[in-house]
Design a protein around this ligand. Sequence first.
Ligand code: BTN
Length: 254
Amino acid sequence: RLGLETKQLGRSIHYEETVDSTQRIAQRLAYDGAAEGTIVIAEEQLGGRGRLERSWHSPKYKGIWMSIILRPRIPIMQTPQLTLLMAVAAVKGIEQATGCEPGIKWPNDLLLNGKKISGILTELQADSDRIHSLIIGIGINVNLELEDYPEELRNTASSLFIETGKEWDRATIVQSILLELEKLYSLYLENGFYPIKLLWESYAVSIGKRVKATTLNGSFTGIAKGITDEGVLLLEDDNGKVHHIYSADILIES
Ligand code: BTN
């Protein structure tokens, strides 16, 4: 139905019309032992979840609302690497399918003309020493119009349609992203994070810029210097002190 050319990813696809959240369904499938590469995709989410306890607006037929189950044998510390990997796969897939090249704002927002068109949420099932599964959820605003967004999102959120003036075929975009994801994931399992990090950095729009990072421990302003091998953001404040930012909201100031 999606015409996938992948080998492992998407061998098992759970397609739904309306769900609460594809993350929730994927969590349950993963818990019940679903194979690596299982995908949950829905036309509409009524309770779409974003990072930092936010909700994710997911109107019917307008976007790609998808969760992917991976089971990498890596230390729990390294899970942010997979989120960054997903962001790279999404950029490359979107570029192939539409010709638009979004930039990545750390950790994993995809921006087009400075506005957010996609976000990634990774959730983990693990015990103290082992990852059972990673549930990587991606939301892509494909054919949403400005009126589809609640008022308060209209300045910051956008869609491929709004930025290009064209409607895009969602299945084609899903195909390209999953193909890229499969390639990058095997590259990662064979060669580690370094090649992925280089790709991520080549698409990053926040690195080298002055940013404000709002974290649970307060906000920090400074220059985003880069990311560590674990995917942690390095932010140098005005006193030259480098902060490790694990989770935050980033505002690019210049
Ligand atoms: C963010 O930028 O805050 C992350 C948004 C992630 C949204 C996707 S849509 C598919 C999957 N299911 C969810 O409930 N959330 C993710």
